[in-house]
Design a binder for this molecule. Structure first.
Ligand SMILES: Cc1cc2nc3c(=O)[nH]c(=O)nc-3n(C[C@H](O)[C@H](O)[C@H](O)COP(=O)(O)O)c2cc1C
Length: 330
């Protein structure tokens, strides 16, 4: 698949942008586990234009994360163009525009999914960003504002007209937030339009390797993007790849691999965040890193209570020695 000048494998499997989850260390780990491309969480264009350090830092990434997209959001075409130009100086592979975030604080200011109610403005923003940067620009959006106003195909075609190089369509409306089922038929219909030309990535409810395979067999999308199923579970990408390439059903990641992912997350986090914040932010992942491991709970409590990196490594050693992956279901 080609996103402008960027070459990816055919039908790539990408890590979806997720606020407070897909930070640089986590993205790097997902790449190591087979994600074909990763995206930063959304970054406010206003913060970037006002040169707020916290916003700019969200765009910083490690070389091993490539190919990577930096995602920005906002409602003003000029601000968005300026923010994209600022992020372009970090040299990501693409700039991604968020036209789908459903949360109130974003929508109330006219950004994210609010633009689903004003497609001409969405198109104008996309056009102004495309003109402001030389990198490929992609966009991630939803089916429409609500069930009565689904406008996915018109939306995608307008983005294509504006010069967007790939559209990611999450198969829900804004009103659904994250509830109900993603409507993949509606995603697939976009590709049936005679004028549709650019790559389309489908997103929503890909929860397992088998499910990813089914979606790719049934729908003519160019790629897929995985969000919640990748939270604390980077193995989803290797599992999907194994299933697609070799039809191999996944087995539970080994204790060794889970412990190494924890260590890697901590190690990659320390230079960027400092030791204490790295320890603190790793806590949210422990439960998922050790999902389905019988006997993990007491270790989880120890990991949560520890403020010392050496102690955490010792607890992880103990986990490696004492715990076991669940037996495969026969
Ligand atoms: C905690 C969380 C944070 C998210 N943050 C973003 C974001 O910053 N930008 C974005 O485009 N989508 C964001 N999303 C939406 C996901 O990228 C994705 O579209 C959605 O979760 C549906 O995919 P899934 O069913 O695979 O999770 C977020 C979702 C979650 C659960």
């Amino acid at each position: 698949m080609k996103i402008g000048s960027l070459n990816l494998r055919s039908r790539p499997v990408m890590l979806a942008p997720m606020e407070n989850i897909t930070d640089a260390p986590y993205r790097a780990i997902c790449r190591q586990h087979g994600a074909d491309m990763v995206f930063t969480e959304f970054i406010a264009s206003e913060g970037l234009c006002r040169q707020i350090d916290k916003s700019r830092l969200k765009g910083v990434f490690l070389p091993k994360e490539r190919p990577l997209g930096i995602q920005i959001f906002g409602h003003d075409p000029e601000n968005m163009a300026q923010a994209a130009a600022i992020m372009e100086t970090l040299e990501p592979d693409v700039i991604d525009l968020n036209f789908g975030c459903p949360v109130k604080k974003v929508v109330a200011k006219g950004g994210g999914a609010a633009l689903l109610k004003d497609l001409p403005l969405m198109e104008k923003i996309a056009r102004s960003v495309v003109q402001a940067v030389s990198l490929p620009v992609t966009a991630k959006t939803r089916l429409g504002w609500d069930h009565q106003s689904v406008n996915a195909t018109e939306n995608a075609l307008r983005l294509q007209d504006a010069g967007i190089s790939m559209v990611t369509m999450h198969g829900r409306t804004r009103s659904q937030m994250y509830k109900g089922k993603a409507d993949w038929d509606a995603i697939g219909r976009i590709t049936e339009h005679p004028d549709w030309q650019i790559p389309l990535t489908g997103n929503g409810d890909i929860s397992s390797a088998q499910n990813a395979k089914n979606v790719l067999e049934k729908y003519p999308v160019d790629g897929i993007m995985v969000g919640r199923a990748a939270m604390g579970y980077p193995w989803i990408f290797s599992e999907i790849r194994e299933m697609l390439d070799n039809e191999t059903a996944p087995s539970s990641p080994s204790i060794h691999s889970r412990v190494e992912v924890c260590r890697e997350y901590l190690t990659l986090s320390i230079p960027a965040k400092g030791e204490q914040r790295a320890i603190f932010e790793t806590r949210k992942h422990y439960k998922n890193f050790f999902r389905d491991i019988y006997g993990f709970k007491p270790y989880r409590i120890k990991l949560y209570n520890s403020l010392c990196i050496n102690e955490i490594h010792n607890i992880l050693d103990e986990i490696k020695e004492r715990l076991h992956t669940p037996d495969p279901i026969t």
